[in-house]
Design a protein around this ligand. Sequence first.
Ligand code: BTN
Length: 322
Amino acid sequence: MNKNRLLQLLMAHQDRPVSGQEISDDLQVSRTAVWKQIEELRKNGYEIEAASRRGYRLVRIPDRVGTEEIMLHLTTARLGRPIIYKDTVTSTQEIVREEAEKGAKEGLIAVANEQMQGRGRLGRVWQSRPEQGIWMSLLLRPQVPPRYAPQLTLLSAVALAEALDSYLPEPTTIKWPNDIRIHKRKVAGILTEMQADMDEVQTVIVGMGINVNQNDGDFTEELAEKAGSIRQYAGVRQSRPQVIASILKSYETWYNEYLTNGFGAVKAAWTAKADTLGSFIQVETSRQTVEGKALRITEEGALQVQRSDGNTQTVHSGEILD
Ligand code: BTN
């Protein structure tokens, strides 16, 4: 039986019970099959009232980022198809990597409720506690030369930032290369991991960590000053499956644009949201700290900085210090 259809039906009639007969007619299955499926939903945290003769009524939807919950909102053609959901993982990056090695198609995503070893950029740890955020990785197989891979990093920032904007009272900004911020606090981060041979990218795994429902006090002391959540700015909890569907929709739109027309529109959108271009910055790279005015991003997604001696330095990887 199509679990999704059953959920849709219950959700469409939350104001009144739906009879077992009505459901079994709609889904073309026996009433016993309906009952079993209702039990299955209850195990997953759905609160469903059953009144004898009158039927079933959905009373509470759990805050779950499972496959069915995301599917209820998903409007994409390719991204998020399929979805692998696991309650606890080391890192969703590993799940996608394993699937990619088995030949999984572009569009597959892995989502977890909790990551035990969530990874951030530059070897950092990414705090990924249960229920609080979205911890998700997406598999892409773009047919582009490896030198273009950083473009996908910037594309990811644009797609994610635009999707989050629809949940926030004011627009997010992007700190190079791809921290999504609001009032200079980081609400989402992206980790892009690529495998390529000499001429072509094989896989790109885009890991997205979004702080959704954390409240004051939910971040560690170290993060409390730098991090923020959508809830803190929007004032209300958000439905994580709905936010995931919005992100995938936005991502698909930008990815299609990129594959069809190239980097131009992505670069313009990224530049419009950048919160450090034009300012004096310090960038820490693996070898040195570069100081100067942030000028622009290049076609390769690198940052150009005008140093005080007048020379322009191009930085490919690093962290802008706040
Ligand atoms: C950053 O440092 O800003 C990047 C953070 C990326 C975190 C996400 S959560 C899902 C995926 N799995 C991981 O282990 N990391 C990424």
